[in-house]
Write a protein that binds this ligand. Structure first.
Ligand code: SF4
Ligand code: SF4
Length: 176
């Protein structure tokens, strides 16, 4: 498994077309029931998760826009001895038509020595990342996007493409 986030990001860029093709394949051609695909995706992601130490990676803390709601702003502000207004003006981009209010600095300003300095009060989106489990067929956009950041998701996607016969299907199409 590749655990270097820079190599993962480069490979994901190189495979972008292939991965978007997998999205179509999954919806139109995969013969496996969705529940089986979900179970395989979760199994592969858990196996990848066991092979990486997130504290040595932290790619998601360097690479992501972090949406925050008012409750999370209040919690983080309290932790930092700021008022919610002070916290918001220092760290939060206001909501726009394109995205919710959130922390847009990359890396995240709370990443210190590769660790989250506000861990117990980190936003919900950080707590759930990289979102292992659930219905993969309805979440392929997010999964393909996250495969460019997170080695766990990249590895899961690669194994899933192989297991579901997508690589075989692509080779067959190229021969036609
Ligand atoms: S709040 Fe913590 S977990 Fe979330 S992106 Fe920042 S450093 Fe990472
Ligand atoms: S969740 Fe993924 S991107 Fe974030 S630290 Fe762990 S392996 Fe790296």
């Amino acid at each position: 498994m590749e655990i270097d986030p820079e190599i993962v990001a480069r490979r994901a860029r190189e495979r972008a077309d292939e991965n978007w093709g997998f999205r179509t394949f999954l919806k139109a051609y995969s013969k496996l029931p969705e529940r089986r695909v979900d179970a395989l995706a979760e199994q592969f992601a858990r196996q990848a998760e066991a092979q990486i130490n997130c504290t040595t990676c932290a790619a998601c803390c360097r690479d992501n826009y972090i949406p925050v709601n008012n409750q999370e702003i209040a919690r983080l502000a309290k932790r930092l001895n700021l008022t919610p207004g002070e916290f918001a003006s220092r760290y939060v981009q206001p909501e726009t038509s394109e995205h919710d209010a959130g922390i847009d600095a990359r890396p995240c300003p709370f990443l210190e020595d590769n660790l989250c300095s506000v861990y117990e009060d980190r936003p919900e989106v950080c707590q759930g990342y990289p979102y292992i489990g659930g219905n993969i067929a309805s979440r392929t956009v997010g999964i393909i996007e996250r495969a460019g950041t997170c080695p766990i998701i990249f590895d899961m996607l690669e194994r899933l493409k192989d297991e579901l016969g997508y690589n075989y299907y692509r080779r067959g199409r190229r021969r036609r």
